[in-house]
Write a protein that binds this ligand. Structure first.
Ligand code: SF4
Length: 604
């Protein structure tokens, strides 16, 4: 088989045994890789009701047919498991040398189950797979622990690692790599911690099997040049995703004071231009010529990598308008292994709860000291932090009052950095995302603001589904970074050509869209299997966006219209081929080649 190695590495930490499972071209073409492989494996192998933090859960690292090849932004890996935060399907992606090395070691994925007796790490070097002692590293932050592992195994290894938050089973702990690249917001790091697994180290020295190596090399080179020639390339290199901050503030969608407002008076103190004044270097994922990790020095004089999401949540959302203070929080979160988005969301929630006297302790908006205290409490499960570590939904149940209305989450996952009072399509995108309120699957908001902001119509719904197909389905399964396409306009036409050179298969873009639908439907069914009442009521955005209009900025008075939202949700289900309760129909599942899934759920 070309394009895919055809191998999945299996590791059982309880039995201390590894094995290699091969898969065929049918499987590869049907699920592509990355998220597709992960969703299929979790659906097939996890019995309903498995405790996500038990040895029975499976932690999956998965790449795809474009990962690791000499082409743009191909150094990414998906990490997936049943989520301890939401109880549903969970995943995320991160850029790391481990992605490239996994493919070069001869595998597309690693599936880890069981639980080690003691803190361990897994070392993979081509066909050699070893479980090693990590007792001395348990309790270390991700920075020091990764340094130690690189010192032991050499600079060429890829490291996937958790911090103290993952060890402490903080339910929104991600997996990290290369000091700041993180993925798996719905608690993939906690799943890793529950297995007593501190790190996975990967070294690969083989060639990835390619159908047309010369053709791929040529296309890859042309692709890099194409990106470099784009009009917006230079500005992207200057600011990366940080350029979104000024836009978000001007567009009234910058989350401010726990998503109460969409404009922040001190936005200039944390925007892309302020970052440029402080910038000391740039980092990024392997094989990328758009490196977007902007590094500044924090208030302690140490380096921290920033992007828009972190700054939106740890800055404006908690009222903090000093970028170096934001950078400090960001660095601590990356080192302790806490998700920056969820952390900033929860800190904002607690500051509002304090303002409203729903809790006795005082936490002030914009206080770096209070924010740091809360961040540390959640990472180490200290005192009230033990509640915060369970996520904002659970915390709001403990805080009580009407706080569930302004606990900014969908399906239990904290919203990422877009206020949706004046963006109903993005509210629908959050609510229908396959992992909870994350922008990864459909960053509809830039299109929505540029075209038809106040509309509630079928065209907007169609655009949302198209984005979910492309971003949440295709890019997450190929596995390669979507930012060249979305940020500088690298054409989608490249991908079938790259796939052809890699695999030798003629896979049309329409076929890729169908694959994306298959993966989305399968994930939807995973949720349904876990939660019998799963359906329409789960696809709702936070109540705040319906009931409390913006009070500041040019769009003061705006909120999401409930009837308009309900109509869009109906159209969404119709266009997806799902029933009125949001469950894929038997016909749809059969059309997607998933009749066994329909049968398992008794869908008639
Ligand atoms: S654009 Fe940014 S996130 Fe994407 S591969 Fe490059 S460095 Fe990584």
């Amino acid at each position: 088989m070309h394009g895919w190695n055809g191998n999945i590495l299996r590791m059982d930490l309880t039995k201390k045994k590894s094995s290699v499972q091969s898969y065929d071209k049918d499987f590869a073409l049907k699920f592509l890789g990355g998220r597709g492989f992960a969703a299929k494996i979790l659906w097939d192998e996890l019995p309903k009701g498995v405790d996500p933090l038990s040895p029975q859960n499976k932690l999956i690292f998965a790449t795809g047919p474009l990962t690791g090849l000499p082409l743009t932004s191909s150094g990414k890996i998906v990490v997936a498991a049943k989520s301890p935060l939401t109880g549903g399907y969970g995943d995320g992606n991160l850029g790391t040398r481990a992605a490239v090395n996994l493919r070069k070691a001869g595998y597309e994925a690693v599936v880890i189950d069981g639980k080690a007796d003691n803190p361990t790490y897994i070392y993979i070097e081509d066909d050699t797979v070893e479980i090693k002692d990590a007792k001395d590293m348990w309790g270390l932050g991700t920075f020091a622990a990764e340094d130690e592992l690189v010192q032991t195994h050499g600079r060429s290894v890829g490291v996937l690692i958790i911090g103290q938050a993952g060890e402490n089973l903080v339910k929104f702990a991600p997996v990290l790599s290369q000091k700041g690249r993180a993925g798996g917001r719905p608690g993939m790091g906690a799943v890793m911690g529950s297995k007593n697994l501190k790190a996975v180290i990967i070294k690969g020295t083989k060639d990835i099997p390619i159908s047309d190596p010369d053709g791929l090399k040529k296309l890859g080179k042309e692709g890099y040049a194409d990106i470099k020639g784009k009009e917006s390339y230079d500005f992207w290199i200057r600011q990366g995703t940080m350029m979104a901050l000024e836009w978000a503030n001007e567009s009234s969608c910058l989350p401010t004071n726990n998503f109460r407002e969409g404009v922040f008076d001190e936005a200039k103190g944390i925007d892309g231009y302020r970052m440029e004044e402080l910038k000391v270097s740039r980092r990024g994922c392997p094989n990328c010529n758009m490196q977007c990790g902007n590094v500044i020095k924090d208030t302690e004089g140490e380096e921290a990598e920033l992007d828009y999401e972190n700054v939106g949540l740890l800055g404006s959302n908690i009222g903090l308008g000093d970028l170096q203070k934001v950078a400090l929080l960001n660095k601590l979160a990356d080192d302790w292994g806490v998700d920056t988005i969820s952390a900033g969301n929860i800190i904002g929630f607690i500051m509002e709860a304090s303002e409203k006297n729903l809790i006795t302790d005082k936490y002030e908006w914009s206080s770096i000291e209070d924010a740091r205290t809360l961040l540390e409490a959640m990472a180490f499960r200290k005192g009230f932090g033990n509640t915060l570590a369970e996520g904002v939904k659970y915390t709001s149940q403990k805080v009580g009052g009407d706080s569930h209305k302004w606990a900014m989450q969908c399906k239990g996952l904290e919203c990422s950095a877009y206020d949706c009072h004046a963006a109903p399509g993005m509210a629908l995108a959050f609510a229908t995302s396959s992992i909870g309120a994350h922008h990864k699957d459909a960053w509809l908001i830039s299109w929505e603001i540029a075209t038809d902001r106040s509309g509630y119509n079928k065209e907007k719904v169609a655009k949302l589904i198209e984005l979910q197909q492309i971003r949440g389905g295709i890019f997450e399964s190929l596995v390669t970074c979507r930012l060249p396409w979305i940020e500088v306009g690298f054409s989608l036409d490249w991908y079938p050509k790259l796939l052809k050179a890699a695999t030798g298969e003629d896979i049309t873009f329409d076929q890729l869209l169908t694959t994306a639908d298959r993966i989305y439907a399968l994930i939807r069914c995973f949720w349904k299997r876990e939660y019998p009442d799963f359906g329409r009521s789960w696809d709702m955005p936070p109540e705040r966006w319906f009931t409390e209009p913006l009070t500041k900025g040019p769009l003061a008075g705006t909120k999401v219209d409930r009837t308009g939202y309900d109509n869009m949700l109906n159209w969404y289900y119709e266009q997806r081929g799902w029933d009125a309760n949001g469950i894929p129909t038997k016909q749809k599942l059969e059309d997607l080649g998933l009749p066994d899934v329909a049968a398992a759920l008794n869908i008639v």
